[in-house]
Design a protein around this ligand. Structure first.
Ligand code: CP
Length: 303
């Protein structure tokens, strides 16, 4: 397979291989070897039709650490604004001898669509509320690093499950690796089909946190809502915000995660986000090694 379009298309062995490869790259980076020559003959275009900080920078850094040639494209400053289509845009980029396209797009399935219409390796860097596969991979990798294994761990994903590609990709990845998964949030932000994915639902935050080993706190994705799904931000914070008082009152010391960007004081307070139980910046650090692994493995299919 020359694409990474979603975790849905991977199996457990694929994830094991990505993690073993990421282990290797992380060890290399930790030895202060910041660049390896692996992809000197590969050119990668990062095309972003939605805003990003972590994913965009992390992919670019991963590509540069593998010695690939990199070009970056932001739709807002491009001829997309003059009416050029996605396929035309990408085919024009590919005619400059680009081998791989990393794409973030607001439409679910945009990467799948592109993979059927252009001749390049496509990596999904987030497609609407559908999937964010490299985020889920770096999240599971960070749990494995912190707790030794993902299998058997209890993970609760808290927040706006309905609009979250991070939630969906995490559910697929965690279930593949044998974790128990619960989602927690207001009824209005949990899709009806969610239990068909093998997860359970808990609407009470304290109960969910007392059950779990790991809590992955998500932000409310107002940008994907045409109407307000939950009465007020303050109400959300009162019922689902994680603060230090709640964290310290739990039966055990849980691991706290967040994919970013954080809305401090809404879904998580600063004293939790910056606490020793938080692995939020470890997630970001691991994102580079995971993306190096994904790009390296895909490039071996197109060389
Ligand atoms: N986690 C994540 O995808 O962050 P960005 O939107 O900043 O890339």
């Amino acid at each position: 397979v020359k694409h990474l379009l979603g975790i849905k298309y991977l199996n457990e062995a694929d994830i094991d291989l990505i993690f073993e490869t990421a282990d290797h790259f992380k060890e290399v980076i930790n030895r202060s070897i910041k660049k390896v020559p692996s992809l000197r003959d590969i050119t990668i275009a990062n095309i972003f039709f939605e805003n990003s900080t972590r994913t965009k920078l992390s992919f670019e850094l991963a590509e540069k650490r593998l010695s690939a040639d990199v070009i970056n494209f932001s739709a807002g400053q491009s001829s997309v604004k003059k009416g050029e289509t996605l396929i035309d845009t990408v085919n024009n980029i590919l005619s400059m001898k680009v081998d791989m396209v990393v794409m973030r797009h607001p439409n679910p399935g945009a990467g799948i669509f592109l993979s059927k219409h252009v001749n390049a390796s496509i990596v999904n860097a987030g497609d609407g509320a559908h999937e964010h596969p490299t985020q889920a991979l770096l999240d599971s990798y960070s749990i494995r690093e912190k707790l030794g294994d993902v299998a058997g761990k209890k993970v609760v994903i808290v927040g706006d499950i309905l609009h979250s590609r991070v939630a969906l990709s995490n559910i697929f990845a965690l279930k593949l690796q044998g974790a128990e998964v619960k989602v927690c949030g207001p009824h209005t932000l949990i899709p009806k089909y969610i239990e068909t994915l093998g997860v359970t639902v808990e609407n009470d935050l304290r109960k969910a946190l007392n059950w779990c080993d790991v809590a992955n706190m998500l932000r409310i994705q107002n940008e994907r809502m045409e109407i307000s799904y939950f009465p007020t931000t303050r109400e959300y914070t009162q019922q689902y915000g994680l603060n230090k008082k709640i964290l310290d009152s739990l039966d055990k010391e849980i691991v706290v995660m967040h994919p970013g960007p954080i809305n401090r004081g809404v879904e998580i307070t600063s004293d939790v986000a910056d606490s020793k139980q938080s692995i939020i910046l470890n997630q970001v650090e691991n994102g580079v090694a995971i993306r190096m692994a994904v790009i390296y493995l895909l490039a071996s299919k197109i060389k």
